[in-house]
Design a protein around this ligand. Structure first.
Ligand SMILES: Nc1ncnc2c1ncn2[C@@H]1O[C@H](COP(=O)(O)OP(=O)(O)O)[C@@H](O)[C@H]1O
Ligand SMILES: [Mg+2]
Length: 387
């Protein structure tokens, strides 16, 4: 129907119209902004959560706040084909060019940083001003840094430069699980070394990944578990989910009936992706200036049919043993006592302990008081239909 444009944003890495329910972590980030700027060292952050919980859009919010505070920012996504060093080189290219345009001088911290990128064409004119070659080959530059200490050299040089400019830097690395193990080891080592400086450079690093990310990092370097500050993102609570639905509509003169909000919140299970998706479909099917209970019922059906990406990520990321438990739980309607799942599989509860714990750690199921339940709506039906 016509009227104001649909404000809801279901998708991957698409910022919501209103980011709700993350006040604690954002307040902690405000402290990081102050403390890192004033020269206090801060442990890097690891933000974990299952797909659709809002890791990427949280990173975007942190980047925005850092930029507003005048920080240099670089946004990376881990995974092939680039190494982390190459991705970081590429991501730093624009801020470096900007700095050079403002007049970088030979001999300063900026020129020292540039010497770390030995493959970047840096030229010096007669007055001693630096400029960057336009066709920087990030992959080649990264390759120069792919030895174990390369990332540390780069981050340290970056830190000296931003400190020289009385600024600080935020580096975000999304989906770190996708990085090569050698890269993860190099990153852990680099962050570990940075943290040992007497006068830490003002560089803050935030990585994201699956709920099991920290265990993976710790496999690479045993000290990793203490290296990072862990932020586990979970579903939105009812008030936050309700706010994410009603606030954007209110701004546009569209009203949610209270019963419709309650139903949408309940059916979303607080999963941010589902909140946006249900909101978006409800917006589309509504007939006037309010969103009613029948609108939400129709929207929930449409949203569940479109939740395939989230469901596939959970299924494909599971081992055969985990898939067996998932299939049994799905056949039992998606929520059941562990004993019932064990009986269906002809196993003892005890023998399922490990698989159950892994599924909980991955955020696929939650287990409370001996009962198991999937963490996203529609997953049981998806599994029954497809497997
Ligand atoms: N705090 C939040 N409030 C409202 N919507 C959110 C929130 N966090 C994420 N979303 C929405 O959820 C969806 C998934 O977010 P995304 O950051 O891609 O998740 P992830 O990176 O964890 O898979 C997007 O549509 C986004 O707009
Ligand atoms: Mg993401």
């Amino acid at each position: 129907m016509s009227g104001p444009a649909n404000p809801y944003r279901p998708g991957a890495g698409v910022p919501p119209p209103v980011l709700t329910g993350r006040d604690d972590v954002l307040a902690r980030f405000e402290r990081v902004l102050e403390e890192v700027s004033s020269g206090e060292g801060q442990r890097p952050w690891a933000v974990t959560g299952a797909r659709g919980v809002g890791k990427t859009v949280l990173l975007l919010e942190l980047l925005q706040r850092a930029e507003d505070a005048g920080w240099v920012t670089a946004r990376l996504e881990a995974g092939p084909p680039d190494s982390l060093a190459a991705a970081l080189t590429r991501a730093l290219y624009v801020p470096l060019r900007r700095a050079l345009a403002r007049g970088g001088e030979r001999g300063g911290a900026l020129s020292r940083l540039l010497t770390v990128f030995s493959a970047v064409r840096v030229t010096v004119d007669s007055s001693g001003r630096l400029s960057l070659g336009v066709d920087v080959d990030a992959a080649a530059a990264g390759a120069q840094l792919d030895d174990d200490a390369g990332l540390h050299r780069l981050l340290h040089a970056l830190g000296l430069w931003v400190r020289d400019e009385s600024r600080a830097a935020l580096i975000t690395i999304d989906e770190l699980d996708a990085a090569a193990p050698a890269d993860i080891t190099a990153l852990n080592r680099a962050l570990h070394l940075l943290g040992q400086d007497d006068l830490p450079v003002p560089v803050h690093v935030v990585v994201t990944g699956n709920p099991t990310l920290l265990a993976g990092l710790a496999r690479a370097n045993p000290y990793a578990e203490r290296l990072y500050v862990l932020h586990q993102l979970g579903p939105l609570d009812d008030a936050a989910a309700a706010g994410a639905l009603t606030e954007p509509a209110t701004h546009l003169g569209i009203r949610w009936d209270p019963a419709a909000v309650d139903r949408a919140v309940a059916e979303s299970w607080g999963v941010p992706y589902m909140v946006q998706s249900i909101g978006s479909f409800a917006w589309q099917v509504r007939a006037g200036e309010s969103i009613s209970l029948p609108d939400v019922d129709a929207a929930v059906g449409l949203a569940l049919a479109e939740a395939r990406g989230m469901h596939l990520a959970r299924w494909d990321g599971s081992t055969p043993a985990q898939q067996a438990v998932i299939t049994a739980l799905a056949a039992l309607g998606g929520e059941a006592p562990l004993a019932a799942v064990a009986e269906r599989l002809g196993r003892t509860e005890r023998s399922l302990g490990r698989v159950r714990a892994d599924l909980v750690a991955r955020g696929v199921i939650e287990g409370r008081e001996g009962r198991l339940r999937f963490t996203v709506p529609g997953f049981a039906a998806f599994v029954v239909e497809n497997h």
